[in-house]
Design a protein around this ligand. Structure first.
Ligand code: GLC
Length: 752
């Protein structure tokens, strides 16, 4: 196999706002997307069309550069890119000259056959976070990963790859930060100094280009903002999808679905969502309902609606080969399925038996797919669960010569699930007529946040998975995916009652809160764990519902600036070494100011690290000084959860479903602090796109300890809050209370 280095610069030219540098081997194109984002694309096929599934922005920045005999220097107000000409190497600096990241001087970018790799200098204290759904530590230093979307039932705490590919990481060292997104959907590799004698980190792919976006913002939050500017942000989720979700493979009949839903109401355990896994279909044919067990979907949906429940139904990509089945007949007639190079349709086996697989990379196929959802939306379904879209097929080894249009499977595999989710989102959004669909996908690629929520696939009912799941959620948050869940309780195996309770407590603070389990496992509903445990589970789910005004406002941030709802402490406390300590690495902020410390089920105390500042335990208002680790009580009914001093958290009274009107009281909880703080409160109707036309309610709530006031700003938006009463609840203020007042759009000043 030949080994080819990038070589020496032969020419430097400018075309529009792109700098083009040629060597004998390759062409490098450099363009500026914003002062903090520079793209470098090194290719051996410069005539190929420039497309991306992830990126939704165009290069817009003006190209400013100086050329000498030895180098080219591109500068923006924030960044310097020094390009040495011979050999061609790229080095990034802040505008004031601090080195951020550079090619390894010897090897830089090179090829072995089609495989292209970029070797980079590894700094002694450099840390790495990101890459989304990857096992291992928060700090990925010393680990290596592959991106190749894989159906991996029973995955272990060291399995790689899993279901999703987010080739984006953030490097942190010596007070500096940078981000790097390799936009390449081929099988790709990231190595953070696993076996290079601490000299080099490297990344690359089996094929395609070293096509990366370099982010130079000097904060992790700023890099996430830039990355989600480039690849898009989520839109406001349907409020109901933030409630408690109950799933199982499978509730076997409409009656069973209704019975479970009714039991939630009877037991007064709040819940919003029931699921239908694959058995609601006739012979696993997508877009059908089982004629015996789900004979009258409309009646099912109506009854669920009467109980204030929504239904989510699963869809898989595999279309059963069966003449007379509409999606099969149409797909064959129109040529919508993946093929072998000779034009024969590829066959793979999944739940329905022998299947063909739609080519979701084609717009017409996505439109056709999207329209097929009428079979689900007409009876009233508003949530669509996209599974098996790595794509999965038994044997898990789809031949590399399978083609989607003119692309071989390996080139685009990592984006297949994303394109399925895109077709699902676009189709159901159109069908639902101004209502927000809820889309959930298992496989994903960078940018999927624009279309769908994700969950972390088939985890296992063990404590290790509880902790790993939290790291997966936190790492997905770094890579732009805010709306994330894990199967609470573990998909495979049976949790002990203690594990079920613990995991449910953590679910309260997981962006998507879904209990799900595999067929053959014990039933998982809250009442299956004994009376005492049921009461804890109920109390925790109630806590989720109380927090919904805070959670909804936190999702608003994800929509506005890309910051995730579940945040590794590395986002806010990037340079605090303890954050990366394996003992504390699972901790996270839920929204701006709630800190959660996951605890395994066999422990009833926990070592918790609290970063700088002062913290109150949520359950007791006990005050702690930050910058220290503590051993705290963690009985099964009290997960260690803390709030920052000065925090403002809006809460509501318990409702059984987000569809309930509630009593109109908004509680504003304030924990005494020394510094001025504020909270951006956001509300809208929770179900339509009217917020895009101004129908929302946005207010800034400010707490000023110096003047002892609480202020609600004049705000934006034409929506009238569903809350009519405001109750201020003080924590740490020595018994002071504040009278209820009326929440109106006018400015409110309350003296504390
Ligand atoms: C896959 C999914 C799982 C689902 C099952 C049956 O294993 O990951 O969530 O329940 O298929 O559809």
């Amino acid at each position: 196999m030949d080994f080819q280095l990038l070589g020496n610069t032969q020419s430097v030219t400018q075309q529009d706002q792109t700098l083009i540098i040629k060597t004998a081997e390759a062409t490098a194109r450099v363009s500026v997307y914003s002062p903090t984002i520079i793209r470098v694309c090194v290719t051996r096929t410069p005539d190929k069309e420039d497309t991306s599934f992830a990126v939704i922005q165009q290069s817009s920045g003006e190209l400013n550069y100086l050329e000498s005999d030895t180098e080219v220097i591109i500068s923006t107000s924030a960044l310097l890119l020094r390009i040495s000409k011979s050999p061609l190497r790229f080095s990034f600096y802040t505008a004031d000259g601090k080195e951020l990241s550079r090619d390894d001087d010897r090897f830089g970018i090179n090829w072995q056959g089609d495989r292209v790799i970029n070797y980079r200098k590894l700094y002694p204290d450099e840390k790495f976070i990101g890459l989304g759904e990857k096992v291992g530590n928060l700090n990925r230093r010393g680990w290596a990963y592959t991106n190749w979307n894989t159906d991996c039932p029973d995955y272990g705490v060291k399995t790689d790859p899993l279901y999703k590919s987010f080739p984006f990481f953030i490097g942190i060292y010596q007070g500096g930060t940078y981000g790097l997104f390799l936009d390449n959907t081929n099988k790709s590799y990231f190595d953070f100094g696993a076996t290079t004698d601490n000299e080099m980190s490297w990344f690359g792919a089996d094929n395609g280009d070293i096509n990366y976006y370099f982010f130079g913002e000097q904060s992790v939050a700023g890099i996430i903002r830039d990355y989600t500017w480039l690849t898009g942000r989520m839109e406001m989720p349907a409020l109901w999808s933030l409630g408690y979700q109950q799933c199982r493979w499978s509730y076997m009949s409409a009656k069973e679905v209704l019975d479970i839903a009714a039991k939630f109401r009877e037991k007064q355990i709040p819940a919003d969502v029931m699921y239908c896994d694959i058995d609601y279909m006739q012979d696993y044919k997508i877009f059908t309902w089982n004629e015996q067990t789900f004979a009258n979907p409309k009646a099912l949906l109506e009854k669920l609606k009467e109980m204030n429940f929504k239904l989510v139904t699963i869809v898989d990509p595999g279309i059963k080969i069966e003449e007379g089945y509409q999606q099969y007949d149409e797909g064959v007639e129109k040529g919508y399925f993946a093929t072998y190079p000779n034009g024969e349709k590829f066959v793979g086996e999944v739940w329905p038996g022998r299947c063909h697989f739609p080519d979701f990379f084609r717009q017409d196929v996505r439109e056709w797919w999207g329209k097929s959802f009428s079979a689900l939306t007409e009876p009233g379904v508003e949530g669509f669960w996209n599974d098996m879209n790595e794509p999965a097929a038994w044997g898990q080894n789809i031949p590399g010569m399978v083609k989607f249009g003119d692309k071989f499977m390996p080139e685009v595999r990592n984006a297949y699930g994303m394109q399925m989710a895109r077709g699902t989102y676009e189709g159901t959004r159109a069908l639902l007529n101004n209502k927000r669909p809820f889309v959930l996908t298992r496989a994903a690629y960078a940018g999927t946040q624009r279309y769908s929520a994700v969950w972390t696939g088939d985890n296992t009912a063990t404590d290790d998975h509880l902790l790993l799941g939290q790291r997966l959620v936190n790492a997905l948050g770094v890579t732009g995916m805010s709306f994330v869940g894990v199967d609470i309780g573990g998909f495979t195996g049976n949790p002990t009652p203690e594990l079920m309770v613990r995991w449910n407590s953590l679910g309260v603070y997981t962006p998507m809160f879904r209990n799900h389990a595999m067929q053959g496992t014990v039933m998982r509903e809250p009442w299956e764990w004994g009376e005492a445990n049921e009461q804890i589970i109920k109390k925790d789910i109630e806590q989720r519902y109380k927090l919904l005004p805070y959670i909804y406002s936190s999702f608003y941030q994800s929509c506005k600036n890309g910051l995730p709802v579940s945040r590794t402490l590395a986002i806010d406390y990037t340079f605090d070494e303890q954050v990366y300590n394996e003992a504390f690495q699972n901790e996270f902020l839920f929204g701006d100011s709630i800190l959660v410390a996951p605890v395994i089920s066999t422990r009833h105390s926990a070592e918790v690290y609290l970063p700088e500042g002062q913290w109150y335990r949520l359950s007791s208002d006990e005050l702690y000084n930050g910058g220290e680790a503590y051993t705290v009580d963690a009985p099964l009914d009290d997960l260690p959860v803390f709030v920052k001093s000065g925090t403002i958290i809006p809460m509501q009274h318990i409702v059984q479903s987000t569809q309930e009107q509630g009593d109109g009281v908004l509680e504003l909880h304030i924990w005494k602090g020394n510094e001025a703080t504020s909270f951006t409160y956001y509300e809208d109707d929770g179900e339509t796109y009217d917020y895009e036309n101004g129908a929302y309610y946005l207010r800034t709530i400010s707490y000023d300890p110096a003047n002892q006031t609480l202020t609600i700003s004049e705000g934006e938006g034409s929506y009238t809050s569903r809350f009519t009463q405001l109750q201020v609840i003080l924590h740490g203020f020595d018994g002071k209370t504040v009278q209820p007042s009326t929440l109106t759009p006018q400015q409110i000043n309350i003296t504390l």
